[in-house]
Design a protein around this ligand. Sequence first.
Ligand SMILES: Nc1ncnc2c1ncn2[C@@H]1O[C@H](COP(=O)(O)OP(=O)(O)OP(=O)(O)O)[C@@H](O)[C@H]1O
Ligand SMILES: Nc1ncnc2c1ncn2[C@@H]1O[C@H](COP(=O)(O)OP(=O)(O)OP(=O)(O)O)[C@@H](O)[C@H]1O
Ligand SMILES: [Mg+2]
Ligand SMILES: [Mg+2]
Lengths: 256, 256
Amino acid sequence: MGRTIAVANQKGGVGKTTTAINLAASLAVLEQRTLLIDIDPQANATSGLGIDPRQVTSSIYECMIDVVEPSSIVQKTAIQCLGLIPSHINLVGAEVEMINFESREEKMRRPLALLSEDYDYIIIDCAPSLGLITINALTAADSLIIPVQCEYFALEGLGKLLNTTKIIQSRLNPELEIEGILLTMYDSRLRLANQIVEEVKKHFQKMIFETIIPRNTRLGEAPSFGKPAILYDGESKGAISYLNLAQEIINKRAVQ
Amino acid sequence: MGRTIAVANQKGGVGKTTTAINLAASLAVLEQRTLLIDIDPQANATSGLGIDPRQVTSSIYECMIDVVEPSSIVQKTAIQCLGLIPSHINLVGAEVEMINFESREEKMRRPLALLSEDYDYIIIDCAPSLGLITINALTAADSLIIPVQCEYFALEGLGKLLNTTKIIQSRLNPELEIEGILLTMYDSRLRLANQIVEEVKKHFQKMIFETIIPRNTRLGEAPSFGKPAILYDGESKGAISYLNLAQEIINKRAVQ
Ligand SMILES: Nc1ncnc2c1ncn2[C@@H]1O[C@H](COP(=O)(O)OP(=O)(O)OP(=O)(O)O)[C@@H](O)[C@H]1O
Ligand SMILES: Nc1ncnc2c1ncn2[C@@H]1O[C@H](COP(=O)(O)OP(=O)(O)OP(=O)(O)O)[C@@H](O)[C@H]1O
Ligand SMILES: [Mg+2]
Ligand SMILES: [Mg+2]
């Protein structure tokens, strides 16, 4: 049984997609069978792996309403052990359509349970919101990675997200763990960035990954070539930091 | 009658809040009576002006459902001509509650019409989504500012947002204009940033503001002190660029 990890934070632009793409690619390079699922209608994880969202016909939504078999819509990527379930513009309307469904928060459970037999890791890239689609992912996931940009507003939102996680744990998914808080876009020359790191370490010591992702232009350039950083520039600080993150997650699991 | 400008982009972290706060503060410093309305449940524009969102009892939502008079919830700020309608956590539930309302997209029209008699400019900070609350703002606004971070994913989302704007113009608000596309977090040393600027200039030449907002650490530090950049460090490149933007918008209006 694979481990399903949602990458979520309602604060926008904190590095959710960059983390989802590069963590999934790194796990695959370390020979873990990995599936990346893009549930953000913006479809950044889809285009960041070189797939044109306009060519996509079905997404995870069609699996949630039992119209397609999840394994039938997995696309191959440039990395052997990495598959992708792309996003589709239909996801925009999904939230409204699902409002009146029976157990509307639990529709992603079945498709993910089916998929997790074929993979070691499933990584889910969420939209910058706590709407019904993201709630479905948190209800079905084993754990949650919270990317936190080393900026003031990102720090402010962290407390709110941890409260929401507690509510989900108590009502919808008692098994949901916090895989970790990931500090992103860290620039050691900036006083603000260092203050944020100190603050997060002080309040959330046990939950932070040892790996900190530096601000690195290669991470921003890679998606414009439709590749994860490890294929675009494997020697770059950005690519290496996500490889370290993948190894840290694999090691933690081995110990448990 | 004041001009209502929504600051919106479903892509997260592109500088919507930073633009809303600093443009509103700059307009006020240039002696335009200005109101900033925070409609993002994250309440970043609220805390960025030094107001604690936990102390807030009503937001624009209570005005949309006719429970409070909009002018009664305007808070004073450190700048004479600047008022704020803060955000409140209730906004999270508002989208679900409004789904079954009669003309649910037009609820913000009346409160904004009442308010615009007292101000020269009303600036609305939107959440990173195109949900019902953001649609309400676009339906009620005179124009729209689209912040675009000088990054690949932000460029990708621009086409989609312009399509959505056309739909709103045809169905809900024929008067909605594009005030402009604002390039943000521009770092002239980065090849990617220069490529993005070229791309946007090539495809959207007529819609871009002359003012480009540079990446400037003072803009990131200011909200942690609860101040707009013009009060935190008025000499900084960030503060000056938003003052230039405000002047550009005032001049454009004078000419029309
Ligand atoms: N460590 C990094 N160094 C440099 N640039 C980065 C880094 N991480 C992310 N970026 C860039 O910053 C921008 C925001 O990152 P990203 O899109 O991954 O955030 P997100 O949280 O997924 O945004 P959204 O809330 O819109 O889904 C992107 O343009 C990305 O390329
Ligand atoms: N020009 C700039 N220079 C440096 N930092 C900036 C600049 N503009 C914004 N920032 C910082 O980048 C981060 C993202 O900006 P901001 O929060 O304004 O974006 P947003 O679009 O409102 O995000 P969201 O989608 O979550 O609402 C913030 O931490 C902000 O302080
Ligand atoms: Mg994303
Ligand atoms: Mg914002």
